[in-house]
Design a protein around this ligand. Structure first.
Ligand code: GTP
Ligand code: MG
Length: 221
């Protein structure tokens, strides 16, 4: 098991207009699908900075990657939960690798399959030294579930900094969105590796995508 070292959280700086522009420029570069893996022996060399998208099945991980990168169909999206069944690696050459993780908390996946995915994800966390941040997605209509808290505990165990991204914010009114953010902030404060920003996003009206691009740009600079 990886030795747990204390993690120093990067400081929370305001995302400036300059960062927003730089983020847009970064993501206007072409993203390529590199590979999808189901087995830890196929994990690629980590020679580029990486960010990973994680969260319950159907939370909108693949949709967010498509919209963030202005490439509508690069990651497979489905109404049915469990559509991403492997770790998918995408790359902006020589700059950044983006990882689409299989979703958790999906009842229809068999126990043995769930165990395999968890082991694969844990192996990835364990050996990957260039994983800069995990964006942990929470569906605005569903809120934080036990499976999310367990995932956060795992990330903390591996000393991985995570940042909560709320998805499908087009489905929530302002008051409920505020309440959800307060709850997330309370939960974040109980984890040593939770980055204290919460970005609200929508792939329907593109809310928050510019902020997320800027955040990723800042991670590389
Ligand atoms: P798995 O791969 O199964 O873990 O799912 P995922 O997290 O990759 O979710 P995916 O991107 O496949 O999206 C699941 C469903 O949510 C699809 O029907 C999307 O169209 C829908 N969806 C994604 N983002 C949004 C959003 O911002 N707003 C709304 N209203 N629906 C969204
Ligand atoms: Mg998916």
């Amino acid at each position: 098991m990886k030795k747990i070292e204390s993690t120093k959280l990067p400081s929370l700086e305001k995302l400036s207009l300059k960062d927003i522009e730089a983020g847009k420029k970064l993501f206007s570069k072409k993203l390529y699908f590199k590979l999808g893996i189901k087995n830890q022996k196929d994990l690629p060399q980590n020679d580029l900075p990486e960010v990973a998208f994680a969260g319950r099945s159907n939370v909108g991980k693949s949709s967010l990657i498509n919209n963030l990168t202005f490439q509508k169909n690069i990651a497979r999206v489905s109404k049915k939960p469990g559509s991403t069944q492997q770790i998918n690696f995408f790359e902006i050459p020589e700059m950044l690798r983006i990882i689409d993780l299989p979703g958790y908390g999906f009842a229809k996946v068999s126990k043995s399959e769930k165990k395999e995915w968890n082991t694969l994800i844990e192996q990835y966390f364990l050996i990957n030294s260039s994983l800069n941040r995990v964006f942990l997605l929470i569906d605005s209509r569903r809120g934080i579930k036990d499976s999310d808290i367990n995932f956060m505990k795992n990330l903390e165990k591996f000393a991985i900094v995570f940042e909560v991204i709320v998805t499908k914010i087009d489905k929530l009114d302002y008051k409920n969105a505020r309440n959800l953010v307060s709850e997330i902030e309370r939960i974040n404060s109980t984890f040593t590796t939770a980055f204290p920003r919460v970005i609200l996003t929508s792939c329907i009206n593109n809310n928050g995508l510019d902020k997320l691009r800027a955040e990723i740009f800042k991670l590389l600079n």
